[in-house]
Design a protein around this ligand. Structure first.
Ligand SMILES: C[S@@+](CC[C@H](N)C(=O)[O-])C[C@H]1O[C@@H](n2cnc3c(N)ncnc32)[C@H](O)[C@@H]1O
Length: 433
């Protein structure tokens, strides 16, 4: 007897799903993941106006914390730092007009940054770069890149600034751009007697070290006697001066992550560190713990908060556009414009006005911003008349820096070029009563 066959129809109309087999994926080209992350970072900066640092965590998901993440950030930073020059090279090698926000342009910027700034060999750049354009105009990108390699192109000595930025920084633009071309050194601020890494000291409590080693591996890190702080960023707290008597109180307004809090505490002040961000205050707490220094921490909005008692000194390290940190954060060259500057200037003006009423008679107010913009610096100081000026003097500054005629301090990345430069800051000082 023949076995019973299932009805023909049951085969034809069988709707049960076959077990799904995973489709074999081609192995990802080595080194592609950090390039993809770099592309996402640049996109976040240029399209969404995010800071590069804020863009890193989401762009680098799955990448780990090591070399790949560092490579991704370095590629994105170099593409942003040299963007005007990279675009000029791209445009010189194609007759096709590539829109500003076209993906091939974005990919070519990264490819060129890898080749010209990070010394990646052209064949390796092509292998990873074209993969970023899978499904897109790979031939175009390949053609442009290859033509530039054949021509043996290079970059100028200093990055060309975006036109609007160059206009804003006017006669300071060229030296600042020169400063932008050089990787910033590693500066540390140290407590007296602390064990510090080898380096050059440009003022008491400061050491400038060579770049390269991880900070945690440098001499004295575990002992907690020093912390990383750019030379310019260390000046505002120094300009507060020494406490006039034991127990004198200083308010560190806008304190996180706490570089200036630690300086003030190390100088012997009784410090109140206020910041609007509880999350950022956790970093102040961690920094104080590591260095064994003390400060009272307050989470509060400077626009709402009022102190119970007046202070002997107040340091306002005001929120700002941070264009003075353009060496480490070249995203500011593309994110910051008149709108952001005006917004910050309004906040700074209001903060200055409020804090002026919180000083004891004879108390000192120091105002600082890590901005290169007049509207956040010189214009603020000029407009502030609630207290009497307390001019900064040359003997309070590292050699090579001088106060302005008004007794303010203006630094920018083009200054102290022979010693490695410094961030852009503006500092002004007043006294109450
Ligand atoms: C330039 S950072 C301060 C850097 C810090 N002084 C240091 O040396 O490490 C500016 C800080 O201002 C804080 N901030 C912004 N708006 C604020 C406000 N309205 N009240 C208090 N803090 C504010 C931010 O959270 C940020 O931590």
């Amino acid at each position: 007897m023949k076995p019973v066959q299932p009805p023909h129809s049951s085969r034809r109309y069988n709707t049960s799903r076959p077990t799904r087999q995973p489709r074999p994926q081609p192995a990802e080209v080595a080194g592609l993941a950090p390039r993809k992350a770099a592309l996402r970072m640049v996109d976040a900066v240029l399209r969404r106006g995010e800071t590069l640092d804020n863009a890193v965590p989401s762009a680098c998901q799955g990448l780990g914390l090591g070399a790949d993440r560092a490579l991704a950030r370095a590629l994105a930073a170099e593409a942003l730092r040299w963007m005007v020059d990279l675009d000029a090279l791209i445009d010189s090698a194609t007759q096709q007009v590539l829109p500003e926000d076209a993906k091939p342009r974005a990919v070519l910027r990264l490819m060129l940054a890898g080749w010209l700034r990070l010394d990646t060999p052209p064949h390796a750049v092509v292998a990873t770069g074209l993969e970023l354009l899978s499904g897109g105009p790979r031939r175009l990108a390949h053609g442009v890149f290859s033509a530039l390699v054949r021509r043996g192109v290079g970059l100028p000595d200093a990055p060309t600034l975006p036109t609007a930025v160059a206009e804003r920084w006017a006669e300071r633009a060229a030296p600042i751009a020169a400063g932008l071309a050089v990787p910033p050194p590693l500066d540390i601020s140290a407590r007296a007697e602390a064990l510090v890494p080898e380096g050059v000291s440009l003022m008491p409590g400061h050491v400038r070290c060579g770049r390269g080693d991880a900070v945690e591996t440098l001499a004295g890190y575990e002992a907690g006697g020093w912390w990383v702080q750019d030379l310019a960023a260390a000046l505002p707290a120094r300009l507060v001066g020494a406490p006039p008597r034991a127990g004198a109180r200083v308010l560190d307004l806008c304190a996180a992550p706490g570089g200036k809090t630690m300086q003030l505490a190390a100088a012997g002040w009784d410090v109140t560190a206020l910041d609007a961000s509880p999350r950022r205050l956790e970093r102040v707490a961690a920094n104080l713990k590591r260095t064994g220094l003390q400060a009272a921490m307050v989470a509060g909005d400077a626009m709402q908060w009022t102190p119970d008692a007046p202070f002997d000194a107040i340091l306002i390290d005001a929120p700002c556009t941070a264009t003075g940190t353009c060496r480490r954060h070249p995203d500011v060259l593309h994110r910051i414009g008149p709108r952001q500057i005006a917004e910050m200037a309004e906040i700074q003006q209001a903060m200055l006005a409020r804090a002026a009423g919180w000083l004891a008679p004879g108390g000192r107010l120091v105002y600082a911003v890590c901005s290169l913009e007049r509207a956040e610096g010189e214009d603020q100081a000029e407009a502030f008349t609630a207290l009497r000026p307390d001019p900064i003097t040359a003997d309070e500054l590292p050699q090579g820096l001088t106060p302005t005629a008004q007794g303010w301090l203006r630094t920018d990345p083009g200054m102290l070029a022979d010693q490695g430069g410094l961030d852009g800051f503006f500092v002004a000082r007043w006294r109450a009563g």
